[in-house]
Design a protein around this ligand. Sequence first.
Ligand SMILES: O=C(O)CCC(=O)C(=O)O
Ligand SMILES: [Fe+2]
Length: 307
Amino acid sequence: MAKTLELPIIDFASSDRNSTAHSIRQACVECGFFYLVNHGVEDKLLQKVLEGSKAFFSLSLEEKMKLARKEHRGYTPLYAEKLDPSSSSRGDSKESFYIGPLEDIGDLNQWPSEEVLPSWRSTMEDYYKRVLNAGERLISLIALALNLDENFFSDVGAFNLPNAFLRLLHYPGELGASSEEIYGASAHSDYGMITLLATDGIGGLQVCRDKIKEPRDWEDVQYIPGAFIVNIGDMMERWTNCLFRSTLHRVMPTGQERYSVAFFLDPNPDCVVECLKSCCNKSTPPRYPPIRSGDYLKERLKLTYGS
Ligand SMILES: O=C(O)CCC(=O)C(=O)O
Ligand SMILES: [Fe+2]
């Protein structure tokens, strides 16, 4: 049995921004994961999103495949993705649906029709906008936590149409007998700045705080109703020269069906991710060269999906 991990809780309702920023810094340096409470996204809306997600994944495979992933938007069937390319499994045992930036010129998103799932699109758009708002507020606190101006990340163009993706996830309960290792989501770190995750309360999410130690020590992340689970992604790790940690995590099958909703907040594709001056010096030079966010993401997705 994995141990349960005690993650720090960050409260958005606190009026002391400096103290909140200090707590965020500590959480990001020590673990790269924390809970966010009082984030302003109503539980009622999340429940509607989870219901919508259930309704979508209950459609026939044929219906879902009409919206198969294109331009990183739409449906990915079971086993389409392998987050840990070194794992011997045939792919992760989950299906998902991606929704990309809403203000794209010529909206590249794919939507189920109103006849099939009435009001589905507006529920997802509403949730997307609200989580984006919470995420942007959180990023300005992260800037403060790094002793930067709170507008730093918008000033470098990260939010000039951020590359934010909402991803509905469904992990089936019954997987049938198999001789190979099965993961809901195999071990990985997220690619972007931050991820804000909500779940239906079913367990399975685990974190490995030390990716070098062998064998790996996996700890269970507990469910706190109404809280987002937030984690730092690889681009933020690059910006901070590994001061903030993009931590390995995975989802193990528990035998119970599970739904979750992840929101990946990534910078605008043209934003250059480059080691912050405050995070390097002569004795600690930058570990990574500057990179365009869009190029970095494309490379990572190619490894995950094979295209
Ligand atoms: O479903 C979850 O709890 C986590 C999903 C995840 O880590 C991901 O999609 O990157
Ligand atoms: Fe993840």
